[in-house]
Design a protein around this ligand. Structure first.
Ligand SMILES: [Zn+2]
Ligand SMILES: [Zn+2]
Length: 154
């Protein structure tokens, strides 16, 4: 069983299967052409079954053509069934164990959005806090949802 399978199962109770890898094709590149546009990945691989896409490639997002493109850890449909997370921005200057700890929190955050949760403003240790591209926020979080977020999940 993979690390993320175990994490998702222990946090949400879902049984996860690891699907064969899917390609990130050039048409999924962001406007900068240097990284992938997460919304294009979601659109291409949107699934009727819950699907967590994991990539080692850098992903970015821009909300519209007039907005700047910015690097992200993950993106999701809210609510929805599909989300994508990238290890690219989680691994710099840290051990694999630390990267995995971050990946777990980012993945559980995106799945929370799939389940309809908005960002949390109540507790800085809650995984539903908006990271806004800062790894410091992810590192501040625990593998934990605050009471208010857990109540919304039910
Ligand atoms: Zn979020
Ligand atoms: Zn919360």
């Amino acid at each position: 069983m993979t690390f993320l399978q175990q994490s998702v199962h222990s946090f949400y109770g879902y049984q996860c299967v690891v699907k064969p890898a899917v390609p990130l094709t050039p048409n999924l590149l962001a406007a900068s052409q240097t990284r992938y546009e997460a919304s294009k990945i979601l659109l291409k691989y949107n699934s009727r079954q819950n699907l967590l896409l994991v990539t080692t490639q850098d992903i970015a997002h821009r909300k519209s053509a007039t907005q700047p493109e910015y690097g992200i850890f993950g993106l999701d449909y809210r609510p929805g069934t599909t989300c994508v997370v990238s290890t690219f921005r989680l691994q710099r200057h840290v051990s694999r164990a630390k990267m995995l700890e971050r990946l777990e929190k980012v993945a559980l955050h995106e799945i929370g959005h799939n389940l309809g949760l908005p960002h949390c403003t109540l507790n800085k240790h809650c995984m539903m806090q908006a990271a806004q591209g800062t790894i410091k926020q992810v590192d501040l979080e625990k593998v934990w949802f605050c009471e208010a977020c857990r109540a919304k999940l039910r």
